[in-house]
Design a binder for this molecule. Structure first.
Ligand code: F6P
Length: 550
């Protein structure tokens, strides 16, 4: 039976009509409701009192979670059941951050043991590179790293790198080192990332789960040419290493298996930042100790996610209100608004985690969904976003938002003569914006300020716009970064569990790749032999002719 035919779903559908009559301006006056719609756990205070919801809504959403068997599905994921049914795979990214001594058995072997074997290998390798014991072909230490990968083999690692870059401890550990990410097949990205680098001091990490992704493989060949042009073919073993599940592919490319760090088919690309995909580049830049703190943070949330009841479970609550907003209230978009510049790559990473996971059209049984799954994620750090797209959030469309802030800054600053510290100034905005969205400003309030009548409608804020507020205790450390990552990974899983979809495959990316192959073959034929463009529809044929100048 589809979840849409269940009693909690029907109750929520009719309840949505009742809630539509309520305004957050009034709901926020209720102290009991405010207390009931806040959870403090694992150093995160989650205030969801600005959802268009009552305590009854929350209870109904928790019943929906039970009806959809979310707790059982969470346990199945942690157990290693093959919940990625269309690919016959387990979904065990939580094993990547399980401490030594934990045990998860899959096909007769303990995957936690395998995880720690790879972590040990990365520890030894990264220490050699960082200490200068591992040198390049000309005997110089390798101080710069270019990580080549795309999608899940790039977005997570870059998100974490940016989050750690200005943490004082991480910055000290990274002194004298540079880490860059080459993702796009656009030659401009190659040029930008190689700019100012010396092949003699550069280590290249090719990151690809499949080791077949067209963009990554061309970029890897391009950068290998850049290296060997000045250092010779023999330099590859010293300057190129790989991260992949396809060790035969790595070898065929010309990288020694000994210089490859493996992971497993039970790690989805977009969930792979805690595998060698993220650990290799991040350990090279910051040292393994900081990476271990990051993994420990993610594990802390994994435990919370597994153990906490739905109504006290941060990822579950976020996921359930995601379902409420998108499915029941029809809000397709979601803004991620970290009030922390170091989280500037949170939204791009979660965009992939969420949209590649939950943008699906059929349920697990292959039947077309009778509701829409997935959300459109976007975001920018506050306060930059305020001067960009918040106009639309306040007076245009209703976009549920997550505000994420920290009680302390990575870089506290006080300017003499200022009333508050720079971090307090930032956080003043963090606390103000959710209320501006929720409470708004009525025509009467605007008029009472003496605004001329013809301007009043322009200055009205309708309010009643939902948001979550997540306040993290302390500063953004590697550990806190791991916690945030896991919160958002599991939030996505919860939504998928409720919608009854497979959040762990991504067949929707395939068609474009196949069509690009046909175009590539046509371009090769036309460029080399002058072949006419054929086999495409009239629009594409005409555009290809324009591109080729034929
Ligand atoms: O095209 C989508 C995708 O398959 C993602 O799911 C994945 O993260 C990315 O490509 C990169 O894949 P790979 O790590 O195999 O190069």
């Amino acid at each position: 039976m589809s979840i849409a035919e269940s009693a909690p779903w029907a109750s929520l559908s009719s309840h949505a009509w009742a809630v539509a009559k309520l305004h957050l301006r009034d709901l926020l006056q209720d102290e009991g409701r405010s207390r009931a719609m806040r959870v403090d756990a694992e150093g995160i205070a989650l205030d969801f009192s600005r959802q268009n919801a009552t305590e009854e809504t929350f209870a109904l959403l928790c019943s929906l979670a039970e009806e959809a068997e979310v707790p059982g599905k969470i346990r199945a994921m942690f157990r290693g059941d093959r919940i990625n049914t269309s690919e016959g795979r387990a979904v065990l990214h939580v094993a990547l951050r399980a401490p030594k001594g934990d045990s998860i058995t899959l096909d007769g072997s303990d995957v936690v043991v395998e995880v720690h074997e790879v972590l040990d290998k990365i520890r030894a390798f990264s220490e050699k590179v960082r200490s200068g014991a591992w040198t390049g072909a000309t005997g110089r230490p390798l101080t710069d790293v270019v990580s080549i990968g795309i999608g899940g083999s790039y977005l997570g690692p870059e998100f974490v790198h940016e989050a750690l870059r200005t943490d004082p401890d991480c910055a000290r550990a990274a002194e004298g080192r540079r880490l860059r990410f080459l993702a796009n097949v656009d030659p401009i990205d190659v040029a930008r990332n190689l700019e100012g680098l010396n092949p003699e001091t550069t280590l290249v990490v090719v990151v690809s789960k499949t080791f077949t992704t067209a963009e990554t493989m061309l970029n890897a060949r391009t950068v290998r040419q850049w290296l060997t042009a000045s250092l010779g073919e023999g330099s590859v073993p010293k300057h190129m290493v790989a991260v992949s599940t396809n060790l035969d592919g790595v070898e065929a490319f010309g990288i020694d298996r000994g210089n490859a760090f493996g992971f497993w088919d039970w790690v989805g690309g977009r969930y792979s930042v805690c595998s060698a995909v993220g650990v290799v580049p991040l350990a090279l830049q910051y040292g393994m100790g900081h990476v271990e703190q990051f993994l420990a943070g993610a594990h802390r949330i994994d435990r919370h996610f597994l153990d906490a009841p739905m109504g006290r479970n941060i990822p579950a609550i976020l996921g359930l209100f995601g379902v409420w907003n998108s499915t029941f209230l029809g809000r397709a978009d979601r803004a991620l608004l970290p009030y922390c510049q170091a989280l500037l790559k949170l939204a791009p990473h979660i965009q992939q985690v969420d949209m590649e996971s939950n943008g699906k059209r059929v349920g697990l049984d292959g039947e077309e969904l009778t509701y829409t799954s997935g959300e459109v994620d976007f975001g920018e750090p506050g306060t930059n976003g305020q001067h960009s797209f918040y106009q639309l959030l306040h007076q245009g469309r209703v976009v549920p938002a997550d505000f994420i802030g920290f009680t302390r800054s990575q870089r506290p600053m006080d300017v003499q003569g200022e009333a508050v510290s720079n971090h307090d100034e930032l956080m003043a905005n963090f606390f103000a914006q959710p209320d501006a969205l929720a409470v708004g400003k009525t025509a009467e309030e605007v008029a009472a300020e003496g605004v001329p009548p013809e301007l009043v409608p322009h200055k009205v804020f309708p309010g009643n716009r939902p948001s979550n507020v997540l306040l993290v205790d302390g500063r953004l450390t590697p550990e806190a970064c791991g916690r945030l990552l896991a919160v958002y990974e599991h939030r996505t899983a919860v939504q998928g569990f409720v919608w009854g979809i497979n959040s762990f495959d991504q067949w929707g990316v395939e068609l474009g790749k196949v069509l690009a192959k046909r175009v590539r073959e046509q371009l090769a034929r036309s460029r080399k032999g002058g072949a006419a463009v054929e086999g495409f529809n009239p629009s594409t044929t005409a555009m290809l002719r324009t591109y080729l100048g034929s």
